[in-house]
Design a protein around this ligand. Structure first.
Ligand SMILES: Nc1ncnc2c1ncn2[C@@H]1O[C@H](COP(=O)(O)OP(=O)(O)O)[C@@H](O)[C@H]1O
Ligand SMILES: [Mg+2]
Length: 376
């Protein structure tokens, strides 16, 4: 009699002790290398402990630099320390209309109005009304806040919040989080000065830092002696190459661990990592593409698939094709943003008879852009 197929499974080598420690939404109890950023947030929020107005904070930095985890960590600590403050976390990818966000805030403030069926302005008045009666100081976090800028109606939310801050006489705290370094610059002057009193930038992690973050996480996630000698170094180096992104580093370990279990290997080895790198990379790419603004995406669509284009010609082609022309300066900024996101390369070339130009090429297969566009 052949053995039962599940019996085989129970004899298998187990790599993970508890894989939940590698889930992307896991919030660690400590954030190594983010002490100055944590201190900055604590400084801005601490007036709340005395019932006073907190500073509104703008947090920026590339993906995987620990923005979300750090802000959630600080909010948790704040709430544990004092019941004067309560945090509400909103991800503007998931909740991306003015109406839904206002309603969410109202509900959080204790107003039980159902989500549908009322006009946005009414939702706003309800929120102000609810704010009058709260016994705590609300601290609202808008993560991926730049998502609201794509849409005119959604952008109005920033004015709403400005009014809330004024109306609440400061008994209302706001934290914006964005991947875009120029997010604040894109806001209106009044909104800018009032809603972003303090800004904190998260720099990408170095390979060494990624290694330590992985080591710390691995202790909880894996059984002892299940990691091959070079596994953490290789995962850290890979994530460092992709921009110092801790999420990618952790995801690589997670997937490679699964791969190792699938093979019934005793240890997670470098070969398991190599096997999953391309899949992780292409998901990272998809994510980067989905975050793009309209102009950035349009620029990418104009760059030819397999050859470089001079940035001057790209600008001309863009200006012809797009309904929304850009100034040269803004165009250059977007080019360097795209370069930072590693979606294009822009190499400086000598352009005869004199002068230089930047030769722009796509850093990924163009078909990927269309895949995403179809999905949207
Ligand atoms: N300093 C750190 N220590 C431990 N884990 C970290 C650290 N920074 C980031 N992480 C982890 O890396 C992943 C990505 O972090 P996240 O806060 O989502 O980045 P961001 O919001 O900047 O894109 C999360 O799983 C997070 O827990
Ligand atoms: Mg985040």
């Amino acid at each position: 009699m052949p053995g039962n197929i599940f019996a085989k499974k129970t004899k298998a080598h187990e790599i993970f002790k508890d894989e939940r420690f590698l889930y992307p939404e896991f919030v660690p109890e400590r954030m190594p290398f983010r002490e100055p950023e944590v201190d900055g947030l604590v400084f801005s929020l601490q007036p709340v402990l005395k019932g006073k107005k907190p500073q509104n904070v703008f947090v920026c930095g590339k993906t995987g630099t620990g923005k979300t985890a750090t802000v959630k960590f600080v909010l948790n600590e704040l709430q544990q320390y004092s019941d004067r403050a309560k945090g509400l976390y909103i991800n503007c990818f998931q909740l991306n209309t003015r109406h839904s966000i206002l309603t969410q805030i109202s509900n959080f403030l204790g107003d039980a109005t159902p989500r549908r069926g009322i006009a946005t302005d009414e939702a706003f008045s309800k929120m102000l009304e609810a704010l009058k009666h709260v016994s705590f100081i609300p601290v609202v976090v808008l993560d991926e806040a730049d998502q609201l800028l794509h849409d005119k109606e959604a952008s109005k939310l920033f004015y709403d919040l400005l009014r809330v801050v004024e109306y609440g006489k400061g008994r209302f705290g706001l934290i914006f989080i964005s991947n875009l370094s120029n997010f604040v610059a894109l806001l209106d002057d009044r909104v800018k000065s009032s809603l972003s009193e303090q800004s904190i930038t998260f720099e990408p992690y170095s390979p060494q830092q990624l290694k330590e973050i992985l080591n710390q996480r691995a202790q909880y996630a894996f059984h002892s002696n299940t990691l091959g000698p070079e596994a953490i170094n290789v995962a850290a180096a890979h994530a460092a190459k992709l921009g110092g992104d801790a999420r990618i580093a952790i995801e690589c370990l997670f997937r490679a661990g699964r791969e190792a279990e699938k093979e019934n290997s005793e240890k997670l080895e470098v070969r398991h990592l190599r096997k999953i790198f391309s899949e992780v990379d292409s998901r990272a790419l998809q994510k980067a593409i989905s975050y793009l603004g309209i102009a950035e995406r349009e620029i990418l669509e104009i760059v030819p698939a397999n050859k470089a284009i001079a940035s001057g010609s790209l600008f001309e082609a863009y200006s012809k094709a797009s309904k929304k022309p850009l100034t040269q300066r803004r165009f250059r900024t977007l080019i360097s943003e795209l370069e930072k996101k590693q979606l294009i390369t822009a190499e400086t070339a000598i352009k005869p008879p004199r002068g230089r130009t930047r030769m722009v090429s796509l850093a990924f297969p163009k078909a990927r852009l269309e895949e995403k566009a179809k999905k949207k």
